[in-house]
Each structure stands twice: as structure tokens, then as C-alpha cells.
Design a protein around this ligand. Structure first.
Ligand SMILES: [Zn+2]
Length: 155
């Protein structure tokens, strides 16, 4: 049993998020070795506009607008920390939870694969993704805390 649980703010962020994704987040917090907070679930159009303007997001077509995405940020010593080590451990827990619950997920650190079905370590998935993007002459937009339900299956 994990020592972590979702705080009141995290639970509030899950309001309006698709129940399949909420179930994954709730299972992941029970499994994880790294604490996390839900910093963003459902987002308003105004919030999304601000995020695009600041460069924190790249699209007005975000899955956060429809309640199909969450950002799970490492929580370290009472603060959110965007660090890859802890992000990988959260990704481990999310993937185990998603497999158990049979929920397909996309991960913001490797947008082009089915993360739930993936087999490699999260750190290798990210480096492989970055290499694929480089090879295609494109920049890799890496958003490690972001998980979403695929549009094809959850329109
Ligand atoms: Zn996100």
C-alpha cells in the first residue's frame, strides 16, 4: 500500500474529468512510490488561452478542455517539482493502473505511442520518442506530467 493520497486540491482538479481517467489517477496514487498532485484536470478556454500565450501549452485543441487529460506533477517536500526522475516513477504507477483498468492512455512525453501498451522503461520511451522526432527533423515537445485519453477512442 502506498503512503500517498490525493489532497483536497487534487480531488477538486478531477471534477469534470472523464471517469475512466479519474479511476486511473485514483489507482495510481495507491500504487506510486512518488507522491504527486493533480495540478490540472478540466481547463476553461480562458485558462487554455493563457497557457498557450505563455508557451506552457501548444494548442487550443487541448484534451484538458474536454476533461480528457490530467497533469500529475511530482510533489516533493510540499511543493510541485518538474523533475524527470520523479516524473518517470509517476509514469510507472500510471501505466500499471491503466493496464489493470484497461484504459488506453497517451503520455505527454511520447505522444505517438499507446503508453498503456508500452513495455520499455519510461526513461527509454522518452529518449526513443525524442530520437524519432529528431530523425523527422522536428522538435520534441515533452510534457511529462500530462496523461490523456486518446481522441480516437474517447471523442
Ligand atoms: Zn496537460
Amino acid at each position: 500500500m502506498s503512503q500517498f493520497k490525493l489532497g483536497a486540491k487534487s480531488l477538486k482538479e478531477l471534477d469534470g474529468v472523464h471517469p475512466d481517467l479519474v479511476a486511473v489517477v485514483r489507482r495510481a496514487i495507491a500504487l506510486t512510490v512518488q507522491g504527486f498532485a493533480v495540478l490540472d484536470g478540466l481547463r476553461s478556454v480562458e485558462e487554455q488561452k493563457r497557457m498557450v500565450a505563455s508557451g506552457a501549452s501548444q494548442t487550443m485543441d487541448s484534451r484538458h478542455l474536454s476533461g480528457h487529460a490530467v497533469d500529475l506533477v511530482p510533489w516533493v517536500n510540499g511543493k510541485p517539482r518538474w523533475e524527470w526522475g520523479p516524473i518517470y516513477r509517476i509514469a510507472d504507477a500510471v501505466r500499471i493502473a491503466a493496464r489493470e483498468l484497461q484504459v488506453p492512455l497517451r503520455w505527454g512525453a511520447a505522444w505517438d505511442i499507446d503508453f498503456t501498451a508500452s513495455q520499455s522503461l519510461p526513461e527509454n520511451i522518452v529518449s526513443d520518442y525524442a530520437a524519432r522526432r529528431r530523425k523527422a527533423g522536428k522538435k520534441a515537445f515533452l510534457d511529462g506530467p500530462h496523461f490523456e485519453l486518446p481522441k480516437a477512442l474517447y471523442p
